[in-house]
Design a protein around this ligand. Structure first.
Ligand code: FES
Ligand SMILES: [Fe+2]
Length: 388
């Protein structure tokens, strides 16, 4: 099925209107599986993180040791062995749990930290105490008539795929397996076993869709990213690939280059299972709504986008490596990290510049350029989600 392609760049109010932003949180971020980050952050029982999704604070925690450390290596996979895939309607997978960060007594926020390790979660107001799985295990002086069994933290679905965890506020939404079945086969990048080599957090003064649109085209690369364009010419984009939950495709690297660093080279070995074509290209995918994943022969970079308000977005960028490479003496990811940190900063700059423009009454968008097909697909998908 051909995807809907937006006929022209989106109207300005879709990037600036707080009511539209609220609608997006409802129609997109509260309905879809949102990428929470890497499972590495929840690697041991008691490890937890909080995430802001659709205006809600959500706690995700590991309740028991991982049952299958390797997880699934293939986004297209739905094997039963995949880590916690297809979170149960109740919210708990076998070894992960997620819930609204809202006390069942009188509603106080329970957890303040972005991440940490806990044995229990205790509300700071009247000390109601919850287990890692959200069950109420202590409520001072509440007496025997009180039904503690029905007063656990309200569950949110959590699922795992290829070393990532995903959260869904939609209690009766589709299983995560539906997303994974739609994605291209990336098993050769062994995503499930990669480990984090570095992480940067940014805040861009731009709407989250402007960041997505910017990721989805390289028309701007020669102008905005001269360093990148020396390694990967902006005209070298390959076939557009698209599905219900993603858009993307490969870009071919310039002659003599085989990865994205300032020199186009690195001394890291290839990820163990990559194919010949991966030695001269990079794959870029946007998994809707908030995961951007860039796959190189020797490392993977991910961005997760966290909308704050219509004109502001938090971005978490992570660089993932093969565990053997990362454990080797002298491992140094800085060539990949510094290169993309520069490119990231250049991107957030032009995104902020665009946010200024779309807020103007003089904003009268005209047309996409041919190489912006992925942007047209993303914008078309967005219009569909919003019923526009
Ligand atoms: S509001 Fe949490 S214990 Fe009272
Ligand atoms: Fe860019």
């Amino acid at each position: 099925m051909n995807p809907r392609m937006a006929p022209r760049p989106l109207d300005g109010r879709l990037y600036t209107d707080p009511a539209v932003f609220g609608d997006e949180m409802e129609r997109i971020f509260s309905r879809m599986w949102v990428c929470g980050g890497r499972l590495e952050e929840l690697d041991e029982p008691g490890r937890f993180v909080t995430r802001e999704i659709g205006g809600e604070s959500i706690v995700a925690a590991r309740t028991a040791p991982p049952e299958d450390d390797a997880g699934s290596n293939r986004p297209g996979s739905s094997e039963p062995g995949a880590l916690g895939i297809n979170g149960t309607p109740g919210g708990a997978t076998r070894d992960l749990a997620a819930f609204y960060n809202v006390c069942r007594h009188r509603g106080a926020r329970v957890v303040d930290e972005c991440a940490g390790t806990a044995r229990v979660f205790q509300c700071p107001y009247h000390a109601w105490t919850y287990g890692l799985d959200g069950r109420l295990i202590g409520a001072p002086h509440m007496g025997n008539d009180f039904d503690a069994g029905s007063a656990g933290l309200v569950p949110v679905r959590i699922g795992a795929m290829d070393g990532f965890f995903f959260l869904s506020l939609a209690a009766d939404g589709p299983p995560l397996a539906e997303v994974s079945a739609d994605l291209p086969d990336l098993s050769r990048f062994t995503l499930g076993r990669l480990v984090r080599g570095d992480r940067h957090e940014y805040e861009a003064r731009a709407n989250w869709k402007i960041l997505c649109e910017n990721y989805n085209e390289c028309y701007h690369c020669a102008v905005v990213h001269p360093e990148l364009n020396r390694v990967s010419d902006y005209r070298n984009s390959g076939n557009l690939e698209t599905g219900r939950f993603f858009v993307g495709g490969p870009m071919t690297l310039n002659g003599g280059c085989n990865t994205m660093t300032a020199t186009g080279q690195s001394n890291r070995p290839d990820l163990p299972a990559i194919e010949v074509a991966d030695r001269t290209s990079v794959q870029y995918y946007h998994v809707y709504p908030n995961l951007l994943i860039s796959l190189h022969r020797d490392y993977v970079m991910t961005h997760t986008l966290w909308p704050i308000e219509a004109g502001r977005t938090r971005i978490v960028c992570e660089w993932l490596f093969d565990p053997d490479t990362a454990a080797a003496p002298g491992f140094d990811p800085s060539d990949a990290v510094d290169f993309w940190h520069l490119v990231n900063s250049q991107d957030w700059d032009v995104c902020a510049r665009t946010q200024l423009g779309v807020a103007s009454r003089g904003y009268r968008p005209t047309a996409y350029e041919e190489s912006e097909a992925c942007v047209q697909v993303f914008d078309g998908w967005y219009l569909d989600q919003m019923g526009l």
